[in-house]
Design a protein around this ligand. Structure first.
Ligand SMILES: Nc1ncnc2c1ncn2[C@@H]1O[C@H](COP(=O)(O)OP(=O)(O)OP(=O)(O)O)[C@@H](O)[C@H]1O
Length: 237
């Protein structure tokens, strides 16, 4: 479904990402983990053609992302606030995104009814512009936008950050349900519990390189906690 080959992104002399080859198969849920600066956002931004690779290629369904717009029709994504329109309300934004996907009012109403427990009361009826929303409500708006249009691929950068506990749990269940329905997802997260709760495969980045690429099994959460925990030196506490 997604294939990258000899992918390198440099900023000046610094190599932010260097991945020899990576294939993400249909219906996989990839949990992308790694400490700050590991290269997660760089990787997701490259996949979405938001930044240009220094070297290498990225294909979605065998088509280079930089040479075609086709993949945008079936890929939903939310990386950060730059995906949002600050002077719109959340509802206006979601209406705008739904129109891009040729949804009619009935489709959007049904979607908003189905996702009610994620966004809660007042969120969509309020008059606040997106720029004035809390971080959590901005994230909710972006995540809902990524789900509009029934995408085959979903790419989310730290989607659990700033969400309230109910919304976090809803999102976990939603991603699991989407995966059951055949969706492919790539989700970066610092929350190891959440990320292992939803993923079929864990890809770990460190200094821009893949240092672990494993199936997510019952022992993976414990292994990841041990891996990251081992980086703490006792004298620093
Ligand atoms: N526009 C940029 N200019 C220069 N360096 C950049 C730029 N964007 C990212 N980098 C560098 O690339 C490296 C990878 O950053 P990236 O944001 O991809 O990491 P990350 O894993 O998403 O981190 P975090 O968990 O903090 O979000 C870092 O060293 C970062 O400083």
């Amino acid at each position: 479904m997604i294939h990258t080959e000899k992918l390198i992104k440099k900023y000046g002399n610094k190599t932010a990402l260097s991945i020899e080859g990576l294939t993400i198969n249909k219906n996989e849920v990839i949990g992308l983990v790694g400490n700050n600066g590991a290269g997660k956002t760089t990787f997701l931004s490259l996949l979405l053609d938001l930044i240009q690779a220094t070297e290498g290629s990225i294909n979605i369904k065998e088509t280079p992302v930089s040479k075609s717009e086709e993949w945008k029709k079936f890929t939903g994504s939310f990386l950060d606030d730059s995906f949002l329109v600050p002077f719109m309300t959340s509802f206006e934004y979601l209406e705008f995104v739904s129109k891009l996907h040729q949804w009619d009012k009935g489709d959007l109403d049904e979607f908003l009814e189905q996702t009610k427990s994620f966004y809660g009361d007042d969120f969509l009826t309020g008059k606040k512009m997106i720029k004035d929303l809390s971080k959590g409500n901005k994230n909710k708006t972006g995540i809902l936008g990524a789900l509009i249009g029934n995408p085959e691929i979903i790419i989310l950068d730290e989607p659990f950050a700033n969400l309230d506990p109910t919304s976090q749990q809803w999102l976990r269940l939603k991603i699991q349900k989407l995966a059951e329905d055949g969706v492919t997802a790539i989700v970066s997260s610092h929350d190891l519990q959440h990320v292992t709760g939803i993923s079929s495969r864990i890809v770990m980045l460190e200094d821009g390189q893949i240092v672990k690429d494993v199936d997510n099994t019952e022992s993976t959460l414990e292994e990841l906690e041990a891996y990251f925990g081992a980086k703490i030196s006792e004298e620093t506490i």
